[in-house]
Design a protein around this ligand. Structure first.
Ligand code: 3H9
Length: 697
């Protein structure tokens, strides 16, 4: 028997224990170990019932995702589950931690389930572009009915032990922390009361009662919006529906077919890449795992605007006290009122209690004086993008903050080293770039200056985790990883419109690719004045920044959503962009002034120019070491800019398209369109010539 699964008897109960850290995933050794242990239990005449239980932090958390895409080694999970279900001795699963995916499916193959009250269960396969493929779509409906099964399987959300009990997914919930003791007690009860072997496959009441229900079509209609562009949620509905249309064995066959379709889809590959990339970003190459971290038990934030307020909420949400500084009382009051309004809205939706609103507000202490920053562990500056102002602030922080305090800037583009030069402690200075709205967006781009100390890098990455963000450590350059690439896409999109595309055509190409919004809808959200001000500053500094139809919008006071007009129009209270013929006229006038004869531009050209310019910049970012790995770039884009996770991020997507294809096109654009942005990155050229991918780096 494999050492990851053991069999041992306790009284009349044969105990099958899985011990495969970190999460008892159902790798090949576990699957074959389970069968061997079951066999032993069957042959053990003294064992009247069997208990399936796990060591470590959790019950089985699913199939071993690392095995996906490789040839499957027998035994497959569906047959392991089925073998357990067929057992003549009753089998009880005792659940702690999270019983997920194939883990919950294993438990559903057992005859009874008991869970600790702290446990959660779920079928999150959909988040990996899959559907439950070991009977979950056929067994869960037999216990919980159509609605609960569809909700769980298409969302992938976990449910608590209590909810699982209410829905018939588990048979009992017990308090305490000793899952084996709880399982043994339940098993003894089964033996003492002579409870029968209860196979979920045979429980047909619920599926018979809802046969022919129209819930499936309703569900599909709802998913059109919620799961736009996704493949597997719709397959999940098909699979669950099969449980209501077909006998169990045929339903299982249908589930397998649909599962294999999902397994082979590029979306599965993209989502699995995103799953591991999200976990890899926290392991920073060159930063030792045991790098000490500094204590962060209090935070000072400068600026109570949209950004500063959102950042403050992140800390208050996890119980870390914040001092929020503004120069004027009025701005402070306004900022606090907005924070309160945000919390009240969340409370109204039932996601937090009114008491939590008050607790969190109490953690955010307003101040007008830098003296109140004397003892904070971390300061985050979140004022507008102006180097002079930022340097003044950091000069002040250098004077008032205690030694060892981390001094961070939320700048989205500016040079961290220059900001650090305003202090006598550049080793303590770092960028912490939050994304708007800062209390919602999951990305935290942590930017290292050339002198940032290792323990400061490790600390800001740990802070990201603590405030439930995905932290990515990047190097210092204009715009860092995310905005540097976005800047190239924005410039190219604007040029495409100069040449003849419409803003809505460009945006549609991007939303069709899976972005939640296009380039120009995003400009309206951020504010047209933001880019305008940057261009004007650069012009003042003597740079050659070409005129743009976007400048005309700003000059007409069309600043985006906040003025209900930008590239698009917005109705009062709505964020839905509406095409405005006036903008078409403004663009036409601009082209005339510039002597541009508009031409028809294909969607393919838009896709290539908007995306490949980003990939080329991403390759430059990698060769300069601004991002350590392609997966860091991917995570920045998935969590900071809504890049569709099912495409795995821009660099993963580039590998799917083909590095050679991208290199050839970039080179062609360089020859025809010119411009530094199209100069092929040396790395792109090298990978293309060696037939390698970004993932291979
Ligand atoms: C499935 O079951 C298909 C079946 O229906 C059909 C089959 C035929 N495999 O997240 P963490 C690793 S699909 C391999 O940091 P947490 C993870 O990479 C699967 N490895 O911890 C990390 O490694 P490292 C359905 C896995 O406490 C370490 O474990 N199941 C797996 O924040 C710790 O992970 C899922 O989708 C896995 N299944 O959260 C569950 N899971 O330390 C996916 C984790 O080297 N997992 N690892 O970076 C999760 O949601 C979370 O990991 C979990 C723990 C909630 C379990």
């Amino acid at each position: 028997m494999s050492e990851v699964v053991t069999y041992q008897r306790e009284g009349a109960v044969g105990v099958i224990t899985v011990n495969y850290p970190p999460v008892n995933a159902l790798g090949h050794a576990v699957r074959s170990g389970l069968l061997a242990a079951l066999e032993q239990g069957q042959q053990d005449a003294e064992a009247k019932a069997l208990l399936l239980v796990c060591e470590g932090r959790t019950f089985i958390a699913g199939a071993d995702i690392r095995e996906f895409g490789k040839p499957m080694q027998e035994p497959g999970l569906p047959s392991v589950v089925e073998t357990f279900e067929r057992s003549d001795k009753p089998i009880i699963a005792a659940i702690h931690g999270t019983a997920l995916g194939g883990g919950l499916e294993m438990a559903l193959g057992c005859h009874y389930r008991v869970a600790l009250d702290s446990a959660k269960v779920g079928l999150p396969e959909v988040k990996l572009g899959l559907l439950p493929g070991a009977g979950g779509t056929q067994r869960l409906p037999r216990l919980a009915g159509a609605q609960v099964s569809l909700d769980m399987i298409t969302s992938g959300n976990f449910v608590s032990a209590d909810e699982a009990l209410q829905n018939g997914i588990v048979d009992a919930v017990e308090s305490g922390s000793d899952v084996k003791a709880v399982g043994l007690a339940f098993a003894r009860k089964v033996i003492d009361e002579g409870k029968p072997v209860r196979r979920v496959r045979d429980l047909n009441d619920k599926v018979d009662a809802e046969k022919g229900s129209d819930i499936f079509d309703q569900y599909r209609a709802g998913l059109q919006k919620k799961a736009r562009g996704l493949f597997s949620p719709f397959k999940c509905v098909d699979a669950v529906e099969a449980a209501f249309q077909l006998p169990f064995a045929d339903g299982m066959k249908r589930e397998r077919e649909l599962f294999m379709e999902c397994m082979e889809s590029p979306q599965r590959a993209g989502l699995v890449h995103a799953f591991f990339a999200e976990r890899e970003v926290s392991k920073v190459p060159g930063l030792a795992k045991d790098t000490p971290v500094r204590d962060v038990n209090s935070v000072g934030i400068i600026g109570a605007g949209t950004m500063g307020g959102g950042i403050a909420m992140n800390f208050a949400n996890v119980g870390i006290p914040v001092r929020l500084l503004e120069v004027k009382q009025e701005a402070l009051d306004k900022g606090l009122a907005i924070i309160r309004r945000n919390y009240e809205n969340t409370a109204r939706k039932g996601r937090i209690t009114q008491a939590q609103v008050e607790e969190r507000m109490a953690l955010i202490q307003p101040t007008l004086s830098y003296d109140d920053f004397a003892d904070v562990d971390l300061v985050i500056e979140a004022v507008f993008e102006n180097m002079g102002v930022k340097k003044d602030i950091f000069g002040t922080l250098d004077k008032v903050c205690k030694p060892g305090a981390i001094l961070a800037s939320n700048t989205s583009t500016l040079d961290i080293d220059e900001i650090a030069s305003a202090t006598r402690r550049p080793q303590d200075v770092v960028g912490m770039h939050f994304f708007s709205p800062a209390n919602v967006m999951k990305l935290l781009e942590n930017v290292c200056g050339s002198q940032t100390a290792d323990d400061v890098k490790a600390t800001v990455m740990a802070v990201a985790k603590r405030i439930k963000k995905v932290g990515v450590l990047v190097g210092n350059c204009y715009g860092f990883v995310g905005n540097r690439m976005l800047h190239q896409r924005g410039a190219e999109a604007t040029k495409l419109v100069n040449e003849g595309a419409s803003p809505q055509q460009v945006d549609k190409v991007l939303t069709d690719l899976g972005f939640p919004m296009g380039q120009f809808a995003m400009s309206d959200l951020a504010g047209i004045d933001v880019g305008y001000r940057i261009r004007e500053e650069r012009r003042k500094a003597g740079e050659d920044v070409p005129a743009s139809w976007m400048d005309k919008l700003a000059e007409e006071g069309r600043l985006g959503q906040k003025t209900q007009a930008g590239v698009y129009l917005y109705e009062e209270g709505s964020r839905k962009p509406v095409v405005d013929p006036k903008v078409d006229a403004l663009i036409a006038e601009f082209r005339k002034e510039q002597g541009i004869e508009p031409r028809e531009i294909s969607d393919q050209e838009i896709l290539e120019r908007c995306m490949y310019v980003m990939i080329n910049e991403g390759a430059k970012i990698l060769e300069e070491g601004i991002a350590a790995r392609a997966l860091d770039v991917d995570i920045v884009w998935i969590y900071g800019y809504g890049f569709p996770a099912y495409r795995g991020g821009p660099m993963f997507w580039a590998d799917q398209v083909g590095v050679k294809e991208i290199y050839d096109t970039v080179k062609r654009f360089h020859d025809t369109l010119g411009g530094d942005q199209w100069k092929p990155a040396a790395l792109l050229e090298r990978l293309a010539s060696e037939g390698k991918t970004f993932g291979s780096l």
